[in-house]
Write a protein that binds this ligand. Structure first.
Ligand code: UD1
Length: 371
């Protein structure tokens, strides 16, 4: 261990999956501006260049200090491998604080390991609840919040959810949404015309993303979904960058057997949001995209029975639909030519990163970690 490492223990960010990278960029930037010593551990939960590297490059994230290369696996296998690797890293790096993001398996693994090593944990995107414990993300969210010393909340109702679960009120901080910081910071780069040209897209299209286990893991469900997506493509061209999860099932069910379906590889952040910005409507089961479409004013149909982000319905463009409601829902949007509303959730203003840095630095100062 060199002198610098002995004198200054870092804040360690644990990043594993695509949405983590988008949320972490403004937090790391704001903590850098505040003069914090930081390290980044990439767990390797996402590892394809299109799922990981391109995000680090485009978002100006620092090169990870280490990549654990954990990769894919069942929940137990993946979470166990994450925990073993993270315990080794936390033990050798002695972080003053571990910051975790969102609701993926890397998030809960890092929170659990840190708590048992008595390292404080900050959770970015705390307090969201779908109240659907069949989703692995809901399990991860609830447990991570219980283990966190600092709960950084994106949406006002999250404060109530935490209170209902007995999280001490002084742990919860409404800071806004760092994913929206990244969106607003890159607004000038989202060139829809360039993306249309690069991928041969028509002027008017619906953009779809589908990767939830409940929608794509079972072949018969994936086949039913494909039938409804073909119904959407009967109305307008359908552009679908396909997440690796579900790719095999969706293609086996004939996803691209329709003249107006454009199946793409996963896109990087800039091209993806540019494609979203230019879409007449978005069809998705993603969490983050419900938020991004709200800010971009693009109508969003979320193919799920619930959402942990209800504010995107009350303050945004989002609507939940069943498989059967999908085609009529898209038709209605296309016919009405729905325009963006002016409403925006509170504190989704591009300054969540600096607010998070302020809370974190105050916590560390109070803990004596800053001398
Ligand atoms: C994970 C998160 C999910 C999040 C999503 C964003 C959990 C439990 N789920 O889901 O909340 O919405 O990331 O993308 O953490 N794969 C590749 N290359 C990769 C990564 C994955 O081919 O770089 C394939 C593998 O076949 C893998 C499958 O995708 O088995 C699923 O990956 P995994 O990280 O387990 O979950 P996601 O579905 O990506």
């Amino acid at each position: 261990m060199n002198r610098k490492e002995i004198l200054v223990s870092p804040i360690v960010h644990v990043l594993g999956a695509r949405p983590n990278f988008v949320k972490a960029a403004p937090v790391i930037g704001a903590l850098r501006a505040a003069g914090a010593e930081q390290a980044v551990i990439h767990t390797g939960q996402h590892y394809d260049a299109r799922m990981s590297e391109i995000f680090f490059d485009e978002l100006g994230l620092p090169e990870p200090d280490v990549n654990l290369g954990v990769g894919s696996g069942g929940h137990a296998e993946q979470t166990a491998a994450l925990m073993v690797g993270l315990e080794r890293e936390f033990t050798s790096r002695s972080p003053v604080l571990v910051i975790v993001y969102g609701d993926v398996n890397s998030t809960i693994a890092a929170a659990l390991v840190a708590a048992k090593l008595h390292i404080p944990v900050a959770h970015v995107e705390a307090g969201l609840r779908s109240f659907d414990m069949t989703m692995p993300e809901e399990v991860n969210r609830r447990l991570t919040d219980q283990l966190s010393d600092i709960c950084l909340v994106t949406s006002p109702e999250g404060i109530g959810h935490l209170a209902n679960e007995g999280v001490a009120v002084e742990r919860a901080h409404l800071v806004g949404n760092p994913m929206i910081d990244t969106l607003l910071a890159n607004l000038d780069s989202f060139d829809t015309g360039r993306v249309r040209e690069a991928h041969g897209l028509p002027d008017r299209y619906v953009l779809a993303t589908m990767h939830r286990p409940a929608n794509v893991d079972a072949p018969e469900t994936a086949a039913a979904l494909v039938r409804h997506l073909h119904g959407v493509a009967d109305l307008a061209d359908l552009v679908i960058p396909v997440h690796p999860r579900g790719r095999a099932n969706l293609l086996a069910a004939g996803l691209d057997d329709h003249d107006r379906v454009h199946v793409l590889e996963p896109l990087g952040y800039i091209d993806f949001i540019a494609a979203v910005r230019g879409a007449a409507a978005v069809v998705t089961d993603s969490g983050g995209l419900q938020e991004e479409t709200t800010i971009l004013g693009v109508p969003c149909l979320t193919v799920r029975p619930n959402t942990e982000r209800p504010i995107t319905i009350t303050h945004g463009t989002n609507r939940l639909v069943t498989f059967e409601e999908l085609v009529p829902g898209v038709r209605k949007v296309l016919e009405s030519g729905a325009q963006a509303g002016e409403r925006r959730p509170p504190l989704w203003d591009g300054h969540a990163g600096p607010r998070i840095a302020e809370v974190v630095m105050a916590f560390l100062g109070g803990n004596g970690a800053l001398g």
